[in-house]
Design a binder for this molecule. Structure first.
Ligand code: BG6
Length: 487
């Protein structure tokens, strides 16, 4: 069991804190993973907000927890852990001293986590004030949200600024996809089973698709999203991290240094996409009004309330990893908003059998396929060819081995990426957080794509409720491949 810790959530009244971080801590409490003596300290900007915080938090939990998770008894017990504080993160006033007194009251040995649920532009100032006001102890860590920066240069500036006040081993850069239970299961699947790892290379695998489709649109984040777009918001971090876990070599141990070193090698081996490569291998899209599961939803520009914007809400990329293991295997990455279904999935398509001993009469022999679904439900499916057992003829058809992980393990445990990562930060376990070098390398691959888009072209349009622009299908057709779209 974890030792008691304090977690200060800067931006405690913000969307992320109310939607994800508080529910995560509440779940930790419900599951017995929030040690007695721990404190969750959300910061707000004014005394009035502080007085109302418990009511705000209760309401947030009621709206953002899943059905049946909220109950008055647990809430009352959890509320005892909540200590709202007033802090204005850009002003060096007395509130910082008050926060220091609260933290110091429990001594310097206790684990302190400073979670910056703030715009990256103020990370530097906040860290500087933490340092200036003497809040950083040897047992302190800082958690920062993605995307770090807007491009490689700005990311370096932000990382450089944080590094003035915290050592690299105290900086926990979060990518909540790494906290998803199935994402870790991906490592278990690869490194705890000889079956797959021995067939995990260009000799056996034809192509790999990593796809995160969302049905939501802009939500209430127009200001952020229109400046960022899908490439910065999803590809630079979530998709590239998934790619790393799929493609990396086995780390010698499952510790942070070994895992991060292997992930970094994948990022370094990504074939750069520069200039015309971008036109040939990357599709950007933007949604127009369409029918999403029976409901007409507005297009991106309507949601944004602007006449024009070239921000992409969809990206599809054909990537290659130039190393021995993956030579010639296309990795297709795709993400988009307002798509037909919400789904995050990794699909590994194996090579066809080298010779069809059955001849053409039995029908085509489909290649084996491994599908690792991260959401909405968590499952692993393996499609194999099998003989039909209901007649004397030799007839083959694909059958699927299906492991429904969510159903198997659902009792009393809510798989929640933020919960896992916040507790990991409290326990000083950085294995599922991102190293500065990874951020740098990921931007190095992304920057030229952005540069090309600034020079040339506009997004291809797709209807809300579809699977993205036609150009994304054509990208795969060039290699005789097709996207696997769920149900
Ligand atoms: C966030 C992005 O990092 O991930 C959002 O900023 C996106 O735009 C979200 O909607 C998706 O996360 P999940 O866990 O719901 O797939």
């Amino acid at each position: 069991m974890l030792n008691p810790f304090d977690i200060v959530i800067f931006g405690g009244g913000g969307d992320l804190a109310l939607r994800k971080l508080l529910p995560a801590m509440y779940r930790a409490y419900q599951e017995g993973n929030l040690p007695e003596g721990s404190r969750v300290l959300p910061t707000v900007r004014a005394e009035e907000q502080k007085e109302q915080y418990l009511a705000t938090a209760e309401q947030a939990l009621q709206s953002h927890l899943s059905e049946g998770e909220f109950n008055a008894k647990d809430w009352q017990a959890f509320a005892q852990f909540l200590v709202p504080v007033v802090v204005n993160v850009t002003e060096a006033d007395d509130n910082w001293d008050a926060l220091k007194d609260i933290l110091d009251a429990d001594g310097e040995e206790k684990s302190r986590v400073f979670y910056l649920s703030l715009p990256p532009a103020v990370y530097g100032t906040c860290c500087e004030l933490l340092s200036q006001k003497g809040l950083i102890t040897d047992n302190s860590r800082v958690v920062v949200e993605k995307p770090i920066g807007y491009c490689g240069k700005s990311a370096e500036e932000i990382n450089g600024k944080i590094a003035q006040f915290f050592d690299e081993n105290q900086i926990f850069r979060i990518d909540h996809y790494l906290g998803k239970e199935t994402v870790q299961n991906l490592m278990a699947l690869r490194f705890a089973n000889a079956l797959f790892e021995n067939l995990w290379d260009a000799k056996s695998i034809d192509n790999i698709q990593i796809s995160i489709s969302e049905t939501v649109g802009l939500e209430s984040r127009a200001g952020f999203y229109d400046k960022a777009g899908a490439l910065r918001d999803m590809v630079q971090n979530h998709l590239l991290q998934l790619l790393c876990l799929v493609a990396m070599e086995s780390p010698s141990k499952l510790n942070a240094n070994s895992i991060r070193a292997e992930k970094l090698k994948v990022l370094e081996a990504l074939r750069p996409l520069v200039g015309e490569d971008v036109d040939d291998n990357v599709v950007r899209g933007q949604y127009v009004p369409g029918d999403l599961n029976g409901k007409l939803v507005p297009g991106y520009l309507e949601e944004l309330g602007e006449g024009s914007s070239t921000t992409e809400t969809f990206v599809a990329i054909r990537a290659h990893i130039d190393n021995w293991r993956w030579a010639g295997v296309p990795f297709y990455l795709r993400t988009g908003k307002r798509m037909k279904k919400r789904c995050a999935e990794i699909v590994v398509e194996y090579k066809p059998v080298s010779h069809n001993v059955y001849g053409p009469s039995v029908g085509p022999i489909q290649p084996n396929r491994l599908e690792i679904r991260l959401q909405p439900e968590e499952s692993i499916q393996l499609t194999l060819m099998s003989k039909r057992l209901d007649n004397l003829e030799m007839q083959l058809e694909p059958v699927t081995l299906n492991i429904e992980l969510s159903q198997q393990y659902s009792k009393g445990f809510h798989s929640d990426a933020y919960k896992r990562l916040m507790l990991d930060a409290a326990a000083n376990n950085p294995a599922l957080f991102i190293h500065r070098d990874e951020v740098r390398e990921a931007w190095q691959w992304i920057d030229p794509i952005i540069a090309r888009w600034q020079e040339k072209g506009t997004p291809s349009l797709y209807r809300a409720g579809s699977w993205g622009p036609e150009a994304a299908d054509e990208l795969l057709e060039e290699n005789n491949h097709a996207w696997f779209n769920v149900g």
